[in-house]
Design a protein around this ligand. Structure first.
Ligand code: UD1
Length: 416
């Protein structure tokens, strides 16, 4: 199993290009299933989840060809309408093939995701939504088996905000008969990016970015070209890493307009931030101040940035309260941060962090994607060497993270 060895103490300094967003790329790759023509995608990030999704689509019969700076997806000949357990268990986002497959081919078999490190994460909202659109759904042998002659538009109100739930139903509705209205829909920027791509393919979608999305189904979608938006979580991760190490960095190809909450919290922690066009510059010239935060659906503070800010708080001046409202059990990084000397108490979904002057390097284990990022940040500030084990979690969702951090002056190397 691969590990990262980090020698802490270096300030991050320099410029780093932000990659395409994982959480936009995955649903948009699935949108290729909705048409028989080419979908050409630019700015696809090079990371394991994107490769896994590519493999899944190829197994179904989608042709995927790199073409210079872009990748061409063609779903003219799809012959296997199934997402097997092996794939879904390693990447929950594989559930995103369900909506497109039922909508275009009238059938899908997708494995139930099962548990994962950050909680039980059911897919009931995806299933209920498709049933409301007229799909017959049976759960058999651990698989969701959905059939429909043609999906029908429906009014669907989500019990709670689900990002991939919204995306799955938006894609299904694009080819349904009639109008679908999604209420209490997710407002995440990645949902908007998918809507932009669907519109380019000929779908009639409006209201994305608000909590009510309206989709008027069409008979057929066509090919399109689309550039994947920048990754706001990768952006936030580098900014927090720079702030924690007292560094000065510039993100390029980034978007500040979708990072409001994260930038506000970094300013509250004492960082100076300047934005100009697609560049975000951060400078931190003192020990960070502890910042309280509470995760919630966009536009509130993202759960995918909670662990990284926890790492920042461990070495901050003062104490902070962090409340996680999206996922039960998303404090797996706490025990590992404690191994580096962090002082954190957890009670239910609330963590109280008492900042300490210095962390000390140790061997820690990555448990999920963003938890891994928090351990890397902690390793960058800790005294001595930190070894982060099980970094396959990190490789799922960050493009060339150690190369990017090295270029910023971090002492970090992969142990194979
Ligand atoms: C997406 C993101 C993930 C992010 C999360 C929350 C992708 C590929 N992943 O995950 O990085 O952390 O949003 O911003 O975009 N829920 C149900 N029933 C359902 C669906 C969800 O109860 O059918 C619950 C979940 O257990 C969770 C909450 O709803 O407590 C939100 O989950 P959801 O927004 O669906 O997360 P994902 O879309 O899986």
């Amino acid at each position: 199993m691969q590990k990262l060895a980090i020698q802490g103490g270096n300030r991050l300094n320099g410029e780093v290009r932000i990659s395409g967003a994982k959480n936009a790329a995955l649903p948009i790759m699935c949108a290729s299933l909705l048409a028989a023509d080419d979908l050409i995608l630019a700015n696809l990030p090079d990371m394991h989840d994107v490769a896994t999704m590519g493999k899944l689509l190829q197994q179904m019969g989608v042709k995927i060809e790199p073409d210079g700076q872009t990748t061409r997806f063609n779903a003219a000949h799809v012959d296997k309408l199934e997402a097997p357990y092996d794939m879904v268990k390693t990447m929950r986002a594989a559930i995103l093939v369900l909506g497109p497959l039922v909508a275009r081919f009238g059938e899908a078999r997708v494995s139930l995701p099962g548990g994962c490190a950050i909680g039980s994460r059911p897919v009931d909202l995806h299933i209920k939504g498709l049933q409301a659109m007229g799909a017959e759904i049976h759960i058999e042998h651990g698989y969701i088996h959905a059939t429909a002659s043609r999906l029908k538009g429906a009014r669907i109100c989500f019990d709670l905000v689900s990002v991939t739930g919204t995306e799955n139903l938006m894609m299904a509705a694009a080819l349904a008969d009639g109008v679908t209205v999604l209420e209490n829909a997710a407002r995440e920027p990645e949902v908007i990016d998918l809507a932009v791509c669907l519109r380019a393919m000929g779908a009639k979608v409006s209201g994305d970015g608000t909590d009510t999305i309206t989709i008027t189904g069409v008979d057929k979608l066509h090919g399109a070209s689309h550039r994947i938006m920048p990754d706001r979580i990768e952006s936030g991760t580098f900014l927090v890493a720079a702030a924690a190490t007292g560094g000065k960095i510039v993100l390029t190809d980034a978007r500040a307009d979708i990072l409001d909450n994260v930038l506000d919290k970094l300013r509250e922690a004492g960082a100076k931030i300047e934005v100009s066009g697609d560049r975000i510059e951060l400078e931190m010239d003192r020990r960070p101040t502890a910042v309280n935060l509470r995760t919630a659906p966009y536009p509130a503070f993202p759960t995918d940035m909670q662990a990284q800010f926890m790492a920042l708080n461990t070495i901050a001046e003062g104490s902070a309260i962090v409340v996680e409202t999206i996922f039960e059990n998303r404090f797996m990084h706490v025990q590992e941060l404690r191994r580096l000397g962090a002082q954190i108490d957890v009670e239910g979904n609330t963590a109280v962090i008492k900042g300490c002057a210095q962390l000390e390097g140790a061997t820690v284990m990555a448990t999920d994607l963003r938890a891994s990022a928090s351990l890397v940040i902690a390793g960058l500030v800790a005294q001595g060497e930190t070894v982060v084990d099980r970094i396959y979690h990190l490789d799922r969702g960050y493009e060339h993270i150690e190369a990017k951090l090295s270029a910023l002056g971090a002492q970090i190397r992969r142990i194979k």
